[in-house]
Design a protein around this ligand. Structure first.
Ligand SMILES: Cc1cc2nc3c(=O)[nH]c(=O)nc-3n(C[C@H](O)[C@H](O)[C@H](O)COP(=O)(O)OP(=O)(O)OC[C@H]3O[C@@H](n4cnc5c(N)ncnc54)[C@H](O)[C@@H]3O)c2cc1C
Length: 415
């Protein structure tokens, strides 16, 4: 008989397990895969952006859209600073990047984050069973009594569903949490893949695979209308673009089947008019130079051919021969390098799943189910998602800790 069974050993589940054990509960983590924390290991490309420096809870929860209010208590009781202190106190140093994102410092990364969490659990006496997918949470009289894991029933007073969403299913999160929760009467808000890479039919990206752009602005044009923009970094892939700016634009709601185009503003800090006047000046002072060499001073060298392909201007033209109309075309290309025929990836490449267990049936003060006694939720399995920047993991830490403490208290009362 366990006080608590945590279903899923990801970021949220491990945090829940450690805190439940700290409260004195006898805890078992049932993990489907051979090892825990597979998604955590690939987070931030192995570097793991564990949180950020946002101090204001109101501002933080607003990043989760209208559902953010649900998180208020959880985030307030385990803030971004608390998360940093938690990892620091367990020997993991952290560093702030771009004045905002918090990562493990130096050479440390996701594996070290996982090591800290596993250490936290093991030192608290948490037990683990791996390769043991949970197929059922069993109840009697509306109360959790056992969990069927790896084909056997294991008795418990409380259970936490922390199975994640259904993105990157190879990591173990393939939507089981929704099946478990809906079998217990919970409503599932249709899951959608968000924070995904984009594919394009634009040929000009072909030679750019692996090239990264920093601090660009990406604009999404859907059926001819500008519907969203995102600032940040971007990387060219074999078939399109990926990286934080691309991910964040896909967090917006828009018709994925529309005629979607992406415009890359290579110089977001300059207006069209400012860039045009700078270029005009440069053409005048360098009127004997060919255009290619002038544009090379404005944007990254590897992007110069793309600017000419997209604008349709001859790179070998002498600056003195450039008409105002063609100068405008060059400016437009630098302020909006167009990717056409854009398609977005699905769950297999989504950083996060939007939708999930409806928050209407979860108590935000304890992460407990309002339908089943002794049932709790933590992490991405719930209908919560935010842009990149450490928000999603912070949500997992805060809801995981909250669920862990609450289920331990609940189990204590049931003894
Ligand atoms: C490529 C990538 C990069 C990312 N980078 C960042 C980042 O830098 N910062 C950030 O904030 N967020 C990032 N995220 C998002 C973040 O990783 C997730 O939001 C977070 O890991 C979700 O944690 P979770 O514990 O809710 O679920 P998961 O980490 O998905 O864990 C769920 C666990 O449950 C297990 N499980 C599933 N079904 C069952 C079952 N039936 N029985 C038993 N166990 C089960 C799974 O095997 C898994 O171990 C990234 C995501 C991806 C895919």
């Amino acid at each position: 008989m366990y006080d608590v069974i945590i279903i899923g050993g990801g970021a949220a589940g491990l945090m829940a397990a450690g805190f439940a054990a700290k409260e004195g509960a006898k805890v078992l983590v049932a993990e489907k895969m051979v090892t825990c924390g597979r998604k955590l290991l690939i987070s931030g490309s192995g570097r793991c952006n564990i949180t950020n420096t946002m101090k204001d809870t109101k501002q933080f929860v607003a990043k989760f859209g209208k559902n953010g209010r649900f998180l208020y208590q959880a985030i307030n009781s385990f803030t971004t600073s608390d998360v940093v202190s938690f990892f620091n106190s367990k020997g993991l140093k952290t560093a702030v990047e771009k004045g905002f994102k918090v990562f493990p410092a130096g050479e440390a990364g996701s594996a070290d984050v996982l090591r800290v969490l596993m250490g936290f659990c093991v030192s608290g006496g948490v037990e683990f069973i791996s390769s043991s997918p949970v197929a059922n949470v069993n109840t009697e009289g509306g109360q959790v009594v056992s969990v069927t894991a790896g084909g056997r029933d294991i008795r418990c007073r409380a259970a936490v569903i922390a199975c994640g969403g259904k993105s990157y299913p190879a990591t173990g999160s393939s939507g089981d949490g929704y099946t478990l929760a809906s079998a217990l009467g919970h409503t599932i808000v249709e899951p959608r893949p968000v924070l995904v890479p984009a594919y394009t039919d634009s040929e000009w990206i072909k030679d750019l695979q692996g090239v990264s752009l920093r601090d660009i602005r990406l604009i999404l044009v859907s059926d001819g209308k500008n519907v969203a923009s995102a600032d940040g970094d971007l990387v060219f892939t074999d078939k399109g673009v990926s990286g934080p700016a691309v991910y964040d634009i896909t967090g917006h709601e828009f018709d994925r089947n529309a005629d979607n185009r992406l415009l890359i503003d290579l110089l977001p800090l300059k207006t069209q008019a400012e860039l045009d006047s700078e270029l005009e000046q440069s053409m005048r002072t360098n009127n004997k130079k060919i255009l290619k060499n002038i544009i090379d001073e404005c944007v990254m060298s590897s992007l110069v051919p793309a600017v000419f392909t997209v604008s349709g201007i001859d790179p070998m033209l002498k600056a003195s021969n450039l008409s105002k109309k063609d100068r405008n075309k060059l400016v437009s290309a630098m302020k909006g390098l167009e990717l056409s025929g854009v398609q977005f990836a699905g769950f297999e490449r989504a950083v996060v799943t939007a939708g999930g267990v409806s928050l209407k049936e979860i108590d935000g003060r304890s992460m407990s189910s309002t339908i089943i006694d002794g049932l709790f939720f933590a992490g991405e399995v719930m209908d919560l998602d935010a842009p990149t920047g450490g928000y999603n993991l912070q949500m997992c830490w805060s809801t995981g800790r909250f669920a862990g403490i609450s289920c331990a208290e609940y189990a204590k009362k049931k003894i």
